[in-house]
Design a protein around this ligand. Structure first.
Ligand SMILES: Cc1cc2nc3c(=O)[nH]c(=O)nc-3n(C[C@H](O)[C@H](O)[C@H](O)COP(=O)(O)O)c2cc1C
Length: 185
């Protein structure tokens, strides 16, 4: 079992990205992992905007990263890259906050023109923070995610299949890591 921090970087109160992550969290929990959700939008804006590293909420978020074996990073695509909100938090973390961790990058966006935003924008930032492994990510079009009046989430079948695959690959990578650590003491 691994501890996973599942981070949504959308500023939206009705975020599809966050809904998608919470949906995938359930899949990871069913596979035996402990999942801790973190919506960056719930952190104090003044701490994020004024780079207040010492703010208790930022210290707490930093501790969540430290404790995690794996991190899911989800962001809406804004202006062809990740959200500024996500970057504001990443900028406040220690340079190597992802050291030794397995990371799953996910994005949602409005156009396939930016389907590679994970690879050309998000992945280099995550790489600079020292992860052991960044597993293949997935970009989901916003129109493939619908939330019903009852709050139920529906993901278009092809996207749901792809998301299940990248989530399971991330989960297996974490299982392999846990087994290796147990074997080497
Ligand atoms: C300010 C803003 C900028 C956006 N820029 C892009 C963009 O450059 N490329 C893209 O594919 N989608 C863009 N979108 C669409 C969002 O990425 C998309 O709707 C996403 O699913 C929103 O996620 P959320 O509901 O979690 O906030 C933009 C949306 C907003 C509000």
């Amino acid at each position: 079992m691994a501890t996973i921090l599942s981070v949504s970087g959308s500023p939206s109160a009705t975020s599809r990205t966050a809904r998608l992550l919470r949906h995938l969290d359930q899949r990871l929990v069913a596979q035996g992992h402990e999942v801790v959700p973190l919506d960056v939008r719930t952190l104090p804006p003044e701490a994020l905007l004024h780079a207040d590293f010492r703010h208790p909420a930022i210290a707490e978020a930093t501790a969540l990263f430290q404790r995690a074996d794996g991190v899911v990073i989800g962001t809406p695509v804004y202006k062809a890259a990740y959200s500024g909100l996500l970057k504001a938090l990443l900028d406040l973390l220690p340079q190597y906050a992802l050291t030794g961790k397995t990371v799953l990058p996910l994005a949602t966006g409005g156009t396939t023109a930016h389907v590679l935003a994970i690879d050309y924008a998000l992945r280099p930032v995550l790489n600079s923070m020292g992860p052991a492994h960044i597993t293949p990510g997935w970009f989901t079009l916003d129109k493939e995610i619908t939330v019903g009046d009852d709050g139920a989430l529906t993901v278009a079948p092809a996207a749901a299949e792809a998301l299940a695959q990248v989530t399971d690959q991330f989960s297996r990578a974490l299982d392999g890591r846990t087994t290796l650590l147990a074997a080497t003491g």
